[in-house]
Design a protein around this ligand. Structure first.
Ligand code: COA
Length: 254
């Protein structure tokens, strides 16, 4: 459990809110675990018809906590990526409830890759989406190397995942991973409207139809494992070490 993630149940949806504003909602190991448990425990509760993931107002998340990455870089083990993150990513892959993303502000790294597991995404006009793994000497995660090209086509996925380019809310809608762009501060309320709309539909048919739309779970889990192995290796690389050091050196100068 962590105070940095708030889990609440509305009439139609479980709402998972990342709340670590002083660090732009950067995700720690305990945040991943709390989020994974919130997703997993929702599966067996028929009253929860959808899950909303939100960062509240102003920021979605700055991605994985870079201090945790730096620690993994310094650690001697040959492990794949630290387990808490993988637990969260696998909870996303196993999830069978409609998943709604509410993105107000920046969505960096896993902040963007988790959206490829969402079924409906609301973004505010201030939202930006970036997967700067390449700049950190890392590789994609969360099966984004499989899901991003499937969602937006190879060329757009290349620009994001290989070139590390950022896209804004309108570009993300055009690319197909954002449904609607709304005013800043309105993503969560709009997400709840979507959850209520879904909640009024026949649950059995929603579950089956969602499953038919999504790629085979086994393929997604295999890709998460493949990426996670490479990610763990890259976390130990000199390229990654230098990138983490540069980020924290930048902070010290400011
Ligand atoms: N991990 C750990 N701390 C982070 C963080 C992260 N991913 N992102 C931001 N923070 C911290 C900063 O260190 C800073 O902490 P401090 O006030 O104690 O120094 C605080 O959050 C605010 O960040 P700051 O950089 O001052 O805000 P900004 O508005 O100028 O920039 C970002 C925001 C997100 C663009 C910038 O912080 C950034 O690039 N973060 C790293 C993103 C990243 O690479 N994530 C991993 C992806 S795989």
């Amino acid at each position: 459990m962590t105070d940095h993630v708030i889990v609440t149940d509305d009439t139609a949806a479980r709402i998972i809110t990342m709340r670590r504003p002083d660090k732009k909602n950067a995700l720690t190991q305990s945040m991943y675990i709390t989020m994974a448990e919130a997703i997993t425990s929702a599966q067996t509760n028929p009253a929860i018809r959808s899950i909303v993931i939100s960062g509240g107002s102003g920021v979605f998340t700055a991605g994985n906590d870079l201090e945790d990455f730096a620690r993994a870089n310094a650690a001697g083990s040959d492990d794949a990526r630290p387990m808490a993150a993988t637990q969260f990513l696998k909870a996303l892959a196993h999830n069978e409830k409609p998943l709604i993303g509410a993105v107000d502000g920046i969505a960096v790294g896993v902040g963007t890759t988790m959206l490829f597991h969402c079924d409906y995404v609301l973004a505010s006009t201030t939202a930006t989406f970036s997967t700067p793994f390449i700049h950190l000497g890392l590789v994609p995660e969360a099966a984004s190397s499989l899901l991003a090209p499937r969602t937006m086509g190879l060329q757009r996925a290349f620009a994001m995942l290989v070139m590390g380019r950022t896209v804004n809310a309108d570009e993300a809608r055009e690319a197909g991973f954002v449904n609607a762009v709304v005013a800043p501060g309105h993503t969560e309320v709009e997400a709840l409207k979507v959850a209520r709309e879904i909640g009024a539909l026949p649950p059995g048919a929603v579950a089956l139809t969602r499953k038919l739309l999504r790629p085979a779970r086994g393929d997604v889990l295999r890709r998460i494992d493949e990426e996670s192995q490479l990610f763990g290796e890259r976390l130990k690389s000199d390229e990654a070490r230098n990138a983490f050091a540069a980020f924290f050196a930048r902070k010290k100068k400011a």
